[in-house]
Design a protein around this ligand. Structure first.
Ligand SMILES: [Zn+2]
Length: 190
């Protein structure tokens, strides 16, 4: 047992011995909220809520439920909760791609271990990093890795997907090589 654990044990012991001296206010409140949210749906009460991490005001359904909180919701939005670590961010990326594939009727056979995230974007050479919040629409996380389908008509399969930066993916869009060449020629001619 190291020093830190010893200290923790001492603390626990003190709390056990002084149970009645410790304020039970917050504990009582927490129990009240828990009882309240047992019969109520936090998604149906109140308006928008501000995410404590990315700072955006979002609809309540963008937060996970947390019955021990006063308003019944987690303080971080779902995206921020997922982006807590890299593995979570990858899982989020994969599940979102699955949703898109389903919506568009595309094939989906990608698995978590198929996704290899390079250090830098293979297109633009910028370093890839995970940002808080939601991709590009609410915050400019252009450095975020994103899944790019080499062939836009095909779905999310191991050999059709690679990871590039969100910026490169946006620039590319669903354009064909000919279209991009035409755009480039137009830009150069000016
Ligand atoms: Zn957030």
């Amino acid at each position: 047992m190291n020093e830190r654990e010893k200290q923790r044990e001492r603390c626990k012991d003190w709390h056990r011995r002084n149970k009645d001296r410790v304020s039970t206010y917050s504990r009582r409140k927490r129990d009240e909220w828990k009882a309240y949210w047992k019969t109520h749906n936090p998604y149906l009460e109140g308006g928008e809520k501000r995410c404590s991490r990315c700072g955006h005001s979002l609809p309540r359904t963008d937060f996970y439920k947390a019955n021990y909180k006063k308003d019944g919701l987690d303080c971080r939005c779902k995206d921020c909760a997922y982006l807590k670590n890299e593995a979570g961010a990858l899982r989020r990326m994969l599940s979102k791609a699955k949703t898109r594939a389903k919506r568009r009727g595309l094939e989906f056979s990608l698995r978590l271990e198929d996704i290899k995230v390079p250090k830098t974007c293979p297109v633009l050479g910028i370093p890839l990093s995970y940002g808080w919040g939601r991709g590009c629409t609410r915050r400019k996380n252009f450095n975020s890795p994103s899944l790019d389908r080499r062939n836009n008509t095909r779905g999310y399969t191991k050999d059709n997907v690679r990871v590039i930066s969100l910026r490169a993916n946006h620039l590319k869009g669903d354009a064909s090589v000919e279209e991009l060449k035409a755009v480039l020629a137009y830009m150069c001619s000016e």
